[in-house]
Design a protein. Structure first.
Length: 254
């Protein structure tokens, strides 16, 4: 069994693969203060819920954007699963041509998502990842990584609003019935939801205008499904995109 782990700033997503089939996946909070033993106990509990154990793990692959957690997770996998994970980074075979001025600056998760998207669709593509930050990645018709844009994620924007405006309440992020709110809560929701959708569509539209042909737009991340229902451009949503990309890259490095 291959264990694929994506460590983000807010969440860690873990997937268990048998060959190319994702048999189980979990999402837990990213806690930099946790030790390797604490992550080991947590992983053991998750595996046991699926009638699995450390002994079932044959290999592991890891992408991480939180350096202090990467070291801990690597040591946890070595100690508990007796396997040295493939860590996505410079020198790893991805099959992706990166046209960034400095390819080492591109986040591992963005590379992994691009690999998975190109495995399922032909370019040109725009990928929108709704994570702690919202990232936009452009892939050419030839399958090269062109670059992208990074914007604050919706939760960051919401927290900034609530902390800076003392009289505004914290509200759930959801789509209101009308963009014209009739209460403070629905007014905040209207501004957050429609403002965010407009930001996403605006960036996608401007990015597409600089690409040779009209791109297909894919989304991943927690808010992908909700935003896609209001977006003019997002056609597909795949919340397992990163895990799929990790599996593909692992295979390319065997």
């Amino acid at each position: 069994m291959l264990l694929a782990i994506d460590v983000g700033n807010t969440n860690i997503v873990i997937g268990a693969f048998e060959s190319d089939r994702l048999v189980k996946h979990w999402r837990v909070g990213t806690t930099p203060a946790r030790s390797a033993d604490e992550y080991g106990i947590l992983l053991q509990q998750l595996l046991s819920l699926a009638a699995l154990g450390f002994q079932d793990v044959d290999a592991a692959v890891l992408s991480c954007v939180v350096p202090q957690v990467e070291w801990v997770v690597v040591h946890m996998l070595e100690d508990y699963c007796q396997t040295k994970p493939l860590v996505i980074g410079p020198g790893i075979k991805t099959g992706l041509k990166v046209l960034y001025d400095n390819p080492k600056e591109v986040g591992a998760d963005r590379i992994v998502n691009a690999v998975a998207a190109l495995d399922q669709h032909s370019g040109p593509l725009i990928l929108v990842d709704f994570g702690t930050a919202t990232t936009f990645d452009a892939l050419s018709e030839e399958g090269a990584y062109l670059g992208g844009a990074i914007a604050p994620g919706i939760n960051i924007s919401m927290e900034a609003l609530f902390k800076s405006a003392s009289k505004l309440p914290r509200v759930p992020f959801s789509r209101p019935e009308s963009i014209i709110g009739r209460t403070t809560v629905t007014s905040i929701q209207a501004g957050l939801f429609h403002g965010y959708v407009s930001m996403v569509d605006g960036i996608v539209e401007k990015m597409a205008a600089e690409m040779a042909n009209q791109p297909r737009v894919l989304a991943t991340g927690g808010l992908g499904k909700l935003i896609s229902k209001a977006s003019r451009y997002i056609r597909d949503v795949d919340n397992m995109l990163t895990l799929k990309g990790l599996r593909i890259i692992h295979e390319r490095n065997l």
